[in-house]
Design a protein around this ligand. Structure first.
Ligand code: 1CP
Length: 355
């Protein structure tokens, strides 16, 4: 049985009582930290950093040394699965991720292998094991994956996209092909996340960054259906403890009921919905994670503190809230402002956990 010195994050996701609201930040390890940039330079490039367990562990721990965070998140990327499927992931300076062999047709999809997490993706599992060892039970470790839909956008568009024309063309002209791809991805994500759990991840999160670009029906059909399959296939208890699973679809405030109905433990919120509204709708079924606009970290300390208090008051009394940003921290945010944010969550939340 793993013993944790601080298990607020896991307790809050299971809607169990806590002393103060736990907090972590999406993309908490990254380029806004000078020490991250130094370690990345030492590794050479981003993927070499992900593939070096000691350095991936180092950048995972860097934000925890600076801030009083209640969880660590594995340093890796969602695009490790498509890379392991042989699509040729590379990063072009300032342009984000790209694939040299994007998916174009049914034959490409039929030929895709299912990566073995302890073979092609063993570097991720090694990072998980190294991080768990070095965390020494201070806070839980979050494992993660992209959602099938979000992974498919990168695999079909060949990189980042604004209009998603290629994947939508496949969705509406050859839906059988896209469904086969999404189903294969769901199977690979289940294997991948279960391997992360076996290696020591104490909670897992599925990032569906691009599900919100779909119509309500198509979200159900092309994204949520496959996240539901993942939730059903995950290991939900390990080493004597529940392993909570959080689903995050950006721009999905209108679909919270159907996300909560998948049986996940937590639902991630971006900042385009009020947390009191979200709590009233699904707070009896799931915990909520979020939801401060990451751009608020550009504000003066008093303004950041005020926003934290507004969101805490919006959620109100009782457990079931994991404080976070509504999306990843921006790379030009001053680290001091992130500290103001994290400290404010603990300072102002005790009053909501007295009962
Ligand atoms: O150093 C660098 O230049 C690389 C920048 C970077 C980093 C720091 C990339 C490339 N990935 C990551 C790490 C990462 N990615 C983490 C772990 C860090 C942490 O939280 O501490 C996580 C959880 C991710 C997840 C991720 N990658 C998502 C889902 C979450 C989200 O922010 O929406 C997505 C969409 C990606 C793809 C990706 N990888 C990298 C970039 C710059 C992107 C985004 C590209 C785009 O906007 O389309």
């Amino acid at each position: 049985m793993n013993s944790l010195k601080n298990d607020r994050y896991l307790r809050a996701l299971l809607r169990q009582p806590v002393d103060v609201t736990p907090v972590w930040m999406m993309r908490q390890a990254g380029r806004y930290l000078p020490e991250y940039k130094a370690t990345r330079a030492q590794a050479g490039d981003f993927m070499s950093l992900c593939k070096n367990a000691e350095l991936a562990c180092e950048v995972t721990l860097q934000p925890l040394r600076r801030f009083d965070l209640d969880a660590a998140i594995l340093f890796s990327d969602i695009l490790t699965i498509p890379d392991a499927m042989g699509l040729g992931l590379y990063f072009e300076q300032g342009e984000g991720p790209k694939f040299s062999k994007p998916i174009t047709c049914m034959a490409d999809i039929q030929n895709l292998p299912a990566p073995d997490p302890e073979q092609e993706l063993q570097y991720v599992m090694n990072a998980v094991r190294t991080i768990r060892k070095n965390l020494q039970g201070e806070v839980p470790l979050i494992g993660f994956s992209g959602s099938p839909w979000t992974l498919a956008t990168y695999m079909i568009e060949g990189g980042s996209s604004k209009a998603f024309t290629k994947i939508k063309k496949m969705a509406f002209s050859d839906p059988k092909a896209l469904h086969l791809l999404l189903d294969k991805l769901a199977d690979s994500v289940i294997l991948y996340l279960n391997a992360q759990i076996a290696a020591g991840a104490q909670s897992v999160m599925v990032f569906d960054t691009w599900g919100g670009v779909l119509s309500p029906r198509d979200y159900q059909d092309f994204s949520l259906q496959y996240m539901h399959k993942i939730v059903d296939g995950l290991t939900r208890e390990n080493d004597g403890r529940k392993v909570p699973v959080t689903l995050f679809t950006k721009n999905a405030g209108m679909w919270l009921e159907s996300i909560a109905a998948t049986g996940c433990d937590g639902v991630g919120l971006d900042w385009t919905i009020d947390i009191d509204n979200a709590k009233a709708r699904v707070g009896d079924k799931v915990a909520l994670q979020g939801n401060m606009d990451p751009s608020m970290l550009y504000a003066a300390p008093e303004r950041i503190e005020q926003e934290v208090q507004t969101i805490l008051a919006g959620f109100g009394e009782g457990p079931g809230h994991v404080f976070n940003l509504g999306h990843g921290i921006h790379l030009d945010v001053p680290p001091e402002n992130a500290k103001v944010f994290v400290d404010a969550v603990h300072k102002y939340s005790a009053q909501y956990h007295k009962g």
